[in-house]
Ligand binder design. Structure first.
Ligand code: NAD
Length: 256
């Protein structure tokens, strides 16, 4: 049980982040949500689980806003015990055509934000000798796919950051691990299904099947609930000595 602990989940107004936040709230953790779009709905969903919830709308591409969010979390709940670095965006294009502003945004949101939140969360975790940092990387932290240069570079970076953070805290009660999902049906992936359907004149169902078929032998999406359960394992006492892993939940993607 995580009663009395506080979890901050970046990019938690939808998709995987919201799934993570719900899983942590179900175990009793107070939650700080972050992300764009509707925040009232997600806040109500978390509050219904009987824990305290707060929201900060920091833009994760901006270090100063991340600093403000971490201060807000500490002022509201005392300290952050569990940090889930989850916010992320995608853009697909060959390297030679990749828009420079998209490259910069992906590196900032998918990689540098994890560095900033981690550096700001660590001192309090080290002081209390307990903490969990969970980086939502991707299967693209382990292997590449064409047209995803910035995303793959950022996610490989997140896996590297995970290992170093874990090593630097290896003799303490603070652990850091990465989760590497294959396909999860969230707005981020639905956009890729839509692009495929449009380009190839397919129905949503046909494009979804093709997307899975290309990479995922299970032909099934991983769910935010399954990812939340893995996060819970890292947070449990069974996860005390799990340090620096990049754990894939990918329907066999990387077993091929
Ligand atoms: P999503 O689009 O549903 O959610 C992304 C979240 O990040 C949203 O809450 C959004 O508001 C927030 N966000 C985006 N830009 C932000 C910014 N600048 N500042 C603050 N918040 C911002 O996507 P998702 O699929 O749930 O992705 C979550 C994470 O999981 C990402 O890091 C993604 O790379 C990773 N991931 C997703 C999949 C997948 O198949 N969906 C697979 C592997 C890894």
């Amino acid at each position: 049980m995580l009663t009395g602990k506080t979890a901050l989940v970046t990019g938690s107004t939808s998709g995987i982040g919201l799934g993570m936040a719900k899983a942590l709230a179900e175990q009793g953790a107070n939650i700080v949500l972050n992300g764009f779009g509707d925040s009232a709905g997600p806040q109500a969903e978390i509050a219904a689980l009987g824990v305290k919830v707060a929201y900060h709308g920091a833009d994760m591409s901006k270090a100063s806003e991340i600093e403000a969010m971490m201060k807000f979390a500490a002022d509201t709940f005392g300290q952050v015990d569990i940090l889930v670095n989850n916010a992320g965006i995608q853009h697909v294009s060959p390297v030679q055509d990749f828009p420079v502003d998209k490259w910069d945004a992906i590196i900032a949101i998918n990689l540098s934000s994890a560095f900033h939140a981690t550096r700001l969360a660590l001192p309090a975790m080290q002081k209390s000798n307990w903490g969990r940092i969970i980086n939502v990387a991707s299967i693209h932290g382990l292997v590449g796919s064409a047209d995803k240069s910035a995303y793959v570079a950022a996610k490989h970076g997140v896996v590297g950051l995970t290992k170093v953070t874990a090593l630097e805290n290896a003799t303490t009660g603070v652990t850091c691990n990465a989760i590497c999902p294959g396909w999860v049906l969230t707005p981020l992936v639905q956009k890729q299904v839509d692009a495929k359907a449009l380009a190839m004149g397919l129905t949503n169902e046909e494009a979804t099947k093709l997307l899975l078929q290309e990479k995922e032998p299970s032909m099934q999406f991983t769910t935010p609930e399954e990812l939340g359960a893995l996060a819970m394992f890292f947070c449990s006492s069974a996860g005390n000595n799990v340090r620096g892993v990049a754990w894939n939940m990918d329907g066999g993607w990387t077993a091929q």
